[in-house]
Design a protein around this ligand. Sequence first.
Ligand code: FAD
Length: 429
Amino acid sequence: MLPGSGAALARCLPTCLRDWRQPTRICSVNTMKTDCVIAGGGPAGMMLGLLLARAGVDVVVLEKHADFLRDFRGDTIHPSTLDVMHELGLLDEFLRRPHDELREVAVRVGDEQATLADFRHVPTHCKFLMMMPQWDFLDFLAGHARKLPSFHLVMRAEAQRLLIDEGRVTGVVARTPEGELEVRAALVVGADGRHSTIRAQAGLQPQDFGAPMDVLWLRVSRLAADPPDLFGQVDAGRMLVMIARGDYWQCALLIPKGSGDVWRGRGVAALHEALLGLSPWLGERVKELTDWDEQVKLLSVTVDRLREWAMPGLLCIGDAAHAMSPIGGVGINLAVQDAVAAARLLAQPLREHELDLDALRRVQRRREWPVRVVQRMQLTMQDRLIAPILASTGPVRMPGFLRMLGRFPLLRRIPAWFIGVGVRPEHVA
Ligand SMILES: Cc1cc2nc3c(=O)[nH]c(=O)nc-3n(C[C@H](O)[C@H](O)[C@H](O)COP(=O)(O)OP(=O)(O)OC[C@H]3O[C@@H](n4cnc5c(N)ncnc54)[C@H](O)[C@@H]3O)c2cc1C
C-alpha cells in the first residue's frame, strides 16, 4: 500500500467522499493517495473497484455523476456475469432484486418468425438473460463494495487530466463541487466509457470500425397477451428489437447511421408510423410517445478498439478500451469480464507494489482476443444483415442461416452460448 492509503486514507476522507449518498459539503482534503484510482463508476469501474477492494487493495472510484440514476444505458446482465455474482457469493441476493428473465430470442422477418437463441442450455448457473436497469446493478455493486474498508467511492468527481511523472502516469486530477481533487496512485484505470477522457489524456487513439446504424431507444406499454420475451422485427428499411420488461417494452429502433436528426425533425408521428409498420399489434399504444426529448434516447453506435490498452501506470478497460456494437447486448458483460480479469491479474502486484507495464499488458493480452472475436461477429452482422436491410426498399426475406436456426432447436444453443457465455469467460480469483 502507498503511504497515506488504506485505513489512514479512509480516516482522512471527509464524509462526503466516503458516502456518496450524503449531500456533498465543503471538503478541506483535496489530495488523496491510494493504490488504484478508477475513473468511471460504470459496470467496468464498479466491478473492478469491488474486486480489488475485496482482494485487499486500496481503491478510489471517481464517478462524475451524483448518482447512478441516469438515462437508459442498457440493462442486460448475461449468464456469465451472473456466474461472477455467484462466485462472489452475491447471486441469491442479486436475484431477489426486481428483474426480468429472458430465455429465448426470436425474430420476425416479414410474415415469417423464427427462434434464434435458446438460453435454457447454457453451461452456467442461470440459464437466462437477466434484464435489470443498469442503475440497480451499479447500486448493488456499490452497496457491497462500500462495506469494504479499502473501497472509496467519490461521486460528482469528474476525472479531467492525468498526472504524469517521467513518462509514468502517477495519478489523476478530478473536478468536484469543492474544487480540484488530486488522487495519486500506483495505477490509474480508465473505465470512463466510450468517450473516455482518460484515454484521450493519455494520447491513446482507438481504431474506429464504423457502423451502418444508430439506435433510437424508447418504451411502449406491454399487455399480457403480447408476444413473450425478446424479439426482433424486420421489414424493408426498418428493424425493431423489443425486450419484454414487466409492464413495458423496451424498444430499439435501428435507423441509418447519422439519421437521428432527420428522425427527430419528423417528430413522434414518424415513430408511431414506424412502430405500427413493424408491430401493428401495438395499436393505440404507440400514441404513448408524445415527447421526443423526454421519451426517446439516441444511441450513436460506435465500434472501436484501442491498439494499446496500457502505458506505464495506466490501463483502459470496458468501453474506454473497446466500444461494442449493440448487437447481442454484450457491452456490459464484456466490461464486467475485463474488470474480473484485471482484478485477478493486478491485485497481487498492486498489493506487493510490483506493478509494471508487463502486468498491465497481460490484461490486454487476456481480454483483447474475446473482444476481437465478438467485434468481428458484430461487424459481419452489421455489414451482411443490418446494412442491407436498412438500405432495402422492397420486401425482405428471412436470411437462410436464421431460417436454419428456426428449424433446428439444437442449433439455437450456439448463438445462446455465444451471447450468454462468450469466448473465454472470466472467473473471480
Ligand atoms: C442507450 C444505450 C443502450 C445500451 N444498451 C445495451 C444493452 O442492452 N446491453 C449491453 O450490454 N450494453 C448496452 N449498451 C452499452 C453498455 O451500456 C456499455 O457497453 C457498458 O455500460 C460499458 O461499461 P463501462 O463501465 O465500460 O462504461 P460506461 O457504462 O459508459 O460507464 C462509464 C462511467 O464513467 C463515468 N464517467 C465518464 N467520464 C468520466 C470522467 N471523466 N470522470 C469520472 N467518471 C466518468 C460515466 O458517468 C459512467 O458512469 C448500451 C449503451 C447505451 C448508451
